[in-house]
Each structure stands twice: as structure tokens, then as C-alpha cells.
Design a protein around this ligand. Structure first.
Ligand code: ZN
Length: 433
């Protein structure tokens, strides 16, 4: 019968899409090419996932698990003879337990939908990232997503109490208990979280919820030194008594990019400082937040600050940080997601900036990210004509210097197909691509 017919007979005609109907879907976020596959299976239950994987395993068909398609490392890129296993119809929130502060959900639940649902119970699921409107919690777990609030709540791994997953041969394994503490042997969930589908497909999750903070405060500040920025992180964390929930940083060029036309954002502070920070506290009183900022100005850790006075102003400041579309303004961009020690960050970024002009000529360099987590995003924009030659050179520069200081080539985006060169485990698993 062929792949399409066999899969349809396993889980139902309407749950398997043919190659033609996939032609309207992009192969990945911001990618011009369309998705290709032999079929897209869209199961509704764990048992159906099991049946699909068992069939594909027996017939030697490769499977690409597919969540919200918001990843940045080509983790869901499929080929014409692959089966794409989309969890998009497994989007049920099965239970929200206020007393236990946990949620049992299917893997295809969209992050934003989960947060909307738990907020009715006075709770939050604190994972927050730019793709919140399309990213699914299953994808968040399989890539161990990070985002904006890692400094306070950790990564997806730290918010996941249990997972159910299906192995390649169709075996269902489950550890869905809602306990924060459970020391009865191996902790199965940690094997699957961050393994990007190489060990199995996550189908359901037990997630840890938190109380919704009564107050939220956001400020945007500027500093004329990198040392001031590091000092500011420590000062605010200390002064806010554990309520610091985001400490996002932008180098000058990124700030100018997102606050100048054609960007919608306008500069809340002068565009002449070398460094900017977006600081959020969840649960601190406004007086405490304002006093912490005044203290920082007094200590000359920062040179200027603006405090959001309303939810609209909060949203406006966050939208500067989230306006990734501006990166597409000039040609193509080469994106990096790196971790490195704070002590090496200033010298590292200066050296990269100094060496780029000789290496590739005309370019734009944007640096921003999550200073509190030691995670920076470095973006180099080049014209289409010099890409991919420039890409190879820039990767050599960025990764070469990173290796010398023991940094990580993937902080929160994962490996996908983009970074599996030189990554022995992923390379071995995916050598066919
Ligand atoms: Zn990030």
C-alpha cells in the first residue's frame, strides 16, 4: 500500500496528510523552502504514536518528530522519504491540579495556551520565550528550552516533573508522577529532556506550576561599561530577594536596530550607551524595585533607567527584546547561541568584533542575550552574495575562540541538523542526513 496507505490504515485517513498538502508549510521558521515528506502523521493519542513508530521502525522509514516548528537549528527538517510525526493534534490539557501545582498535558499543547489556562487557576508555567505563541511543550522538553526567565526558574528540565515517551520500536515508557521529590532510582525524564527525539518521542508531560506573582516590575537601563552590567546583575539579584526573573542584555548595535525605523520600537533611553539591560522582577514590591534601581544609579553601575509604569509600557519594553524580525533587514544572518563564563565575555565579544572586518568585510554584528545565564546570542548579518563562504569563516572564528575558553556551542537552541558537525553523539545518530 505504501507509506501513506499503511499509516492511514493504522491511525485513520484524516490523521495522515499527503505530500501535496504539506507544500503550504514552511520547512522551518524564517526558511524560504517548503516542507517535504512522504507523509505527515498527526496522531491524537500515545497509542497511535506507538503504532506509527513501530510501523516505521519495522519498515526502515525515518521519522522526524515535529512540534511547533519554532526551533532555530533545523531540528525538524525532513526529506522526501521521511515521515513527519507531528504532535499538533495532541494538544489537550488533561488536568490542572491547583493543590499539587501541576499540569498534565499532551506534548502538542502550545506554550501560550498552557499559560492562559493555568492563569485561570492563579498559577503560571514560567517558561517564556519568543516562540511562545507556536512552540509546544513537547518541543520545549525535547530541546530543553531556556528563554527569558531561566535565571529564576531554570530551564524546561527544571519545570518538568515527569514525561511519557515512545521509543523507536513503539514501546511506551512513562514516569508521569506529579512529585518534586522522588528518589526511587533512575530519573527517566532527564534522559528524554534535551535529547531532541534521538531516544524517543515525548507524548505527555507532567509540568510544575508556580503561584502567579501579585506584582510585576520591568525597567530598561543603560550602562557605559561591561563591568557595570555584571555588577548590576549581582546588585539587583541581591536587592530583590530572589524575585529577579529576567536580566536581558543588548549591545549597542542591537538596541539601535530595534529602536530605529523601520522597526516599530522607539528608544526609551539615549542610543549612545554601549550596553542596555531589560530587568524584570516578579513578586517584588514596586518600592523595593525602585529602591534597588536608585541604589544602582548611586553606585554608578548604570547611567540611566526607565521604569515601566503600566502593562502597556512593560509590553513595549519587552517587544524591543523580542523584535527578532529586524535581524532580517540586511541580507542573511548567521546566528549563534553560546554559553561562556562571565569573566571571559567582554574580551571574547571584543575580539570577535575586532577580527570580523578583516575576515569577511562588510557585515553587521548584533549581540544580545541572557547575561544571568551566561548565554549570548551573536548574530552576524552579511549580504546574500558572500554567504555561505562568510558563514564558514565566521563559525570558525566564533567557535574557535569559544573552544579555547571552554564555552558551549549550543546554550538553549539545541543541536538539530545545524550543529551536528563536530558533535559526535548527534553526528552518529543522524549521519544519514
Ligand atoms: Zn535566547
Amino acid at each position: 500500500m505504501g507509506i501513506l496507505g499503511d499509516l492511514r490504515s493504522l491511525i485513520g485517513e484524516d490523521l495522515v496528510l499527503d505530500p501535496e498538502s504539506l507544500g503550504t508549510r514552511a520547512a522551518g521558521i524564517g526558511r524560504p523552502e517548503k516542507m517535504v515528506a512522504a507523509a505527515m502523521a498527526r496522531p491524537k493519542t500515545t497509542e497511535q504514536v506507538s503504532a506509527i513508530l513501530r510501523w516505521c521502525n519495522s519498515n526502515g522509514v525515518k521519522v522526524v518528530p515535529y512540534g511547533g516548528n519554532s526551533g532555530l537549528v533545523r531540528g525538524t527538517l525532513s526529506r522526501a522519504d521521511d515521515v513527519v510525526l507531528s504532535l499538533e493534534l495532541m494538544n489537550r490539557i488533561e488536568n490542572i491540579d491547583g493543590a499539587q501545582r501541576s499540569a498534565l498535558v499532551q506534548a502538542g499543547v502550545v506554550l501560550q495556551h498552557l499559560n492562559d489556562a493555568v492563569s485561570e487557576h492563579g498559577l503560571i508555567f514560567p517558561l517564556d520565550l519568543g516562540g511562545r505563541g507556536s512552540a509546544t511543550v513537547g518541543g520545549n522538553a525535547s530541546t530543553n528550552a531556556g528563554g527569558n526567565r531561566v535565571i529564576r526558574f531554570g530551564m524546561m528540565r527544571d519545570m518538568t516533573l515527569g514525561v511519557e515517551a515512545v521509543l523507536a520500536d513503539g514501546t511506551i515508557v512513562s514516569s508521569l508522577r506529579p512529585f518534586i521529590k522522588n528518589n526511587t532510582g533512575y530519573d527517566l525524564k532527564h534522559l528524554f529532556i534535551g535529547s531532541e527525539g534521538t531516544l524517543g518521542v515525548i507524548t505527555r508531560l507532567m509540568l510544575r506550576l508556580r503561584e502567579r506573582p501579585a506584582e510585576s516590575n520591568v525597567a530598561f537601563v543603560a550602562s557605559d561599561s561591561f563591568a557595570g552590567m555584571v555588577g548590576m546583575l549581582r546588585h539587583m539579584d541581591r536587592a530583590l530577594g530572589g524575585t529577579l526573573s529576567a536580566f536581558e542584555v543588548m549591545w549597542n548595535s542591537f538596541y539601535r536596530l530595534v529602536t530605529s525605523p523601520p522597526a516599530i520600537g522607539r528608544p526609551p533611553l539615549s542610543q549612545d550607551y554601549p550596553f542596555y539591560m531589560l530587568i524584570e522582577a516578579l513578586g517584588a514590591g514596586t518600592d523595593q524595585f525602585n529602591a534597588a534601581l536608585e541604589g544602582a544609579l548611586g553606585l554608578e553601575l548604570i547611567n540611566d533607567a526607565v521604569i515601566a509604569q503600566s502593562q502597556t509600557e512593560c509590553t513595549g519594553l519587552w517587544s524591543l527584546r523580542d523584535d527578532m524580525s529586524q535581524l532580517n533587514r540586511h541580507g542573511v544572518h548567521i546566528t549563534f547561541d553560546i554559553s561562556l563564563p562571565a569573566a571571559d565575555m567582554e574580551r571574547y565579544t571584543q575580539e570577535v568584533a575586532q577580527e570580523l572586518p578583516d575576515l569577511i568585510g562588510d557585515h553587521q554584528l548584533y549581540i544580545f542575550g541572557h547575561l544571568g545565564d551566561g548565554n549570548l546570542h551573536v548574530v552576524v548579518g552579511v549580504s546574500l552574495g558572500v554567504y555561505p563562504e562568510a558563514k564558514a569563516k565566521v563559525e570558525q572564528l566564533v567557535y574557535g575562540k569559544l573552544k579555547a575558553i571552554g564555552g558551549s556551542v549550543s546554550a538553549e537552541h539545541g543541536i538539530g541538523l545545524d550543529k551536528n558537525r563536530g558533535f559526535p553523539l548527534a553526528g552518529a545518530k543522524r549521519k544519514s542526513h
